[in-house]
Design a protein around this ligand. Structure first.
Ligand SMILES: Cc1cc2nc3c(=O)[nH]c(=O)nc-3n(C[C@H](O)[C@H](O)[C@H](O)COP(=O)(O)O)c2cc1C
Length: 374
């Protein structure tokens, strides 16, 4: 399973694990893969705390950080984060906030206590909010990769990360995006098929992976979307991927910071229970279908706003969903891919990594056994 990317990053297995949870990130890197922390919901101070914790728990292993600088978003030309948030708030129609509040009220999700600190609505969805996250990440020597979602990282961002000696990754859902990434100087391209959890395009993994691999060769490609088994890793490497980038798989591990009620929703779901919808963030995102996603599809619903406005509308629901996961069970934000149907038990990160490697060997042996004996 050892590919060139393993040597470049100093890892044993080319298994990349995206997670918002520091425990998962550290455990994957310790088990020989590369944990990548999703920084979206942390401001610079919070991210500093998370990265310091990972540094202390990851031994001498490397890890990565994932940021979100979309290629296109509302308010792109505003460079002051405070002014940007004020401007965006003013652009949100009252009807959207009322509609969101009504869904929560209809399902009996309590309001947050008045003294509970409200999460900043803008999060790290923009270049100005991602910039301090990058600066923070670059101060941590075990961070070896910074990956960007939703667009080609701006040239100055790539220069800054390269200048610090790190690799730059970027996710893509089409050959065009992949070529844009390559042209900008991205080192590792993550080709993410439509079945993936989170923001995703329309082309399925088995079609997208080889198309992207051929288009950007010799730039290394990681295959993403639908991988939760060693068999799928073998398929990706057989197609020419240098490794795999996984997300959904890590939502149901023991280390995941997922409230029990939400974990139960993931464990029970089948591969038919997801939907690609704009109703949480404004961009097409795959998640479990539930009463919230259905409500926004109803003809009486206001059309979802663009990113990041729709997420600003939904932020209250995200926070209430985390705090009152049991009451919010039918309206919670549960981003996950179609592979959720294969996630039916809870095991530790170490057990999952061991299983992936064993299954990979079995698949490789099966292929080898099909070769004619000479
Ligand atoms: C809960 C969840 C949140 C995600 N958030 C992000 C994100 O903030 N940034 C990002 O680059 N990718 C994000 N993704 C996508 C993953 O990085 C990864 O590409 C995807 O999960 C791979 O497909 P899979 O879910 O079938 O494994 C997210 C995925 C999930 C499941």
């Amino acid at each position: 399973m050892r590919t060139e990317i393993c040597d470049r990053l100093g890892i044993e297995f080319p298994i990349f694990a995206f997670s918002h949870c520091r425990d998962v990130v550290a455990a994957v890197s310790k088990a020989g893969g590369l944990g990548v922390l999703g920084a979206l919901s942390f401001n610079a101070e919070q991210l500093e705390v998370e990265l310091k914790w990972i540094d202390e728990h990851v031994g001498d292993k490397p890890y990565g950080v994932d940021i979100v600088i979309p290629g296109k978003y509302e308010g792109m030309n505003e460079l002051d984060p405070g002014k940007l948030e004020t401007r965006l708030r003013a652009a949100i129609p009252a009807r959207h906030r009322e509609f969101a509040a009504k869904i929560l009220a209809d399902h009996g999700v309590p309001e947050l206590p008045p003294d509970e600190p409200r999460h900043q609505e803008l999060l790290g969805w923009t270049q100005v909010t991602a910039a301090p996250q990058i600066e923070t990440s670059l101060r941590h020597k075990k961070v070896r990769l910074i990956a960007n979602a939703l667009g080609t990282p701006p040239k100055d961002v790539i220069r800054q990360i390269h200048g610090a000696g790190l690799l730059v990754g970027a996710l893509c859902g089409s050959v065009k995006h992949a070529l844009d990434h390559k042209g900008a100087g991205v080192d590792i391209i993550v080709a993410q098929g439509a079945e993936a959890g989170g923001h995703t395009g329309e082309i399925g993994s088995v079609v997208l992976w080889p198309d992207v691999i051929d288009a950007v060769a010799p730039t290394p490609v990681l295959a993403a979307g639908g991988i939760a088994s060693g068999r799928a890793i073998a398929a990706a490497l057989a197609m020419g991927a240098q490794g795999v980038w996984t997300g959904s798989l890590w939502l149901t591990v023991q280390e995941a910071d997922v409230p029990p009620a939400q974990m139960e929703s993931y464990l029970k779901a089948t591969n038919k229970d997801t939907v690609r919808s704009r109703c949480w963030t404004g961009k097409p995102c795959r998640m479990l279908r539930n009463a919230w996603t259905d409500a926004w599809e109803d003809p009486s619903a206001p059309p979802p706003l663009d990113l990041p406005l729709q997420f600003m509308v939904a932020m209250d629901a995200v926070q209430r969903g985390r705090r009152y996961a049991e009451q919010a069970k039918n309206v919670n934000f549960n981003p996950v891919g179609q592979v959720v149907g294969q996630l039916n038990t809870v095991s530790s990160v170490k057990q999952v990594m061991y299983r992936l490697v064993q299954e990979y060997f079995k698949a490789a042996e099966r292929l080898a056994s099909l070769m004619p004996a000479d």
